[in-house]
Unconditional design. Sequence first.
Length: 269
Amino acid sequence: MIYLHCGLHKTGTTTFQYSCIQNRHLLHLIGIDYPEDPILTIGSQSHLALARDFNNSLFLIDQVVAEKNCDLLLSCEELINSFDNFNDSEILSIFNELDKKYNGLNLIITIRDERELATSLLKEYAEGSSFQDIDFFLVNYKNKISRILKLGKGFRVTIIDMNECPQNIPLSTYYLKSICGKIVDFTNIKYNTTKSKIILYYFLNSFRNFYSAINNCDKYSLATSVEISKLYGSISLDKDYEIYLNKLFEDFIDSKVNDFFKENSFSLK
């Protein structure tokens, strides 16, 4: 069996991937292989090569599979976007090859609450100095899921809701159990990943232009240190700005998400 986890972004995929790569020995004990060869990972925790060269998936996988008696677990959230580069018949051809080669294909999609997903994605866009309307990426993701469900009719498709994970169970443990019915204790996972921090430098160079573009105004006036001190007291100037700008950013994102869901009834399911 080959389990192909192909999205979505912002559904705990990085945590799940680090959990698997750091506990390959435990996965082997339950008959699961999560390859860590750079041919597939390209130095990441996911199998990024599959998204970059999906047309050659079978060749790439064949280069690294060592555990012949294990089911294969592959994870890359960018796959769901890479499918846009292929027509249905091309994707089906690859799915059929994987299904035949590994005695079964299970397509895995992880999702989460629509408001949480919208908030997280919007922040990611903003922090990258770019912006897409919420309806663009939510509707886009829903269409991508619908396409996979259509193409996956001849295979097994598993959709896992991140929000249904019990609070006393690690998300990665929940995902693995949902995927293959087996349990591994993923409680001591450590990983280093770049987390965007909203600071003065970022806002002066990025958020101001981003906000202006969205609101069709020529410029965005940041509060003066005097105005900030009235709100937060006399702590350091940099800290004042950081607190204030963080609040501006969070309020702005919340308003955009709230506006969308006031006007739209939307569900990924």
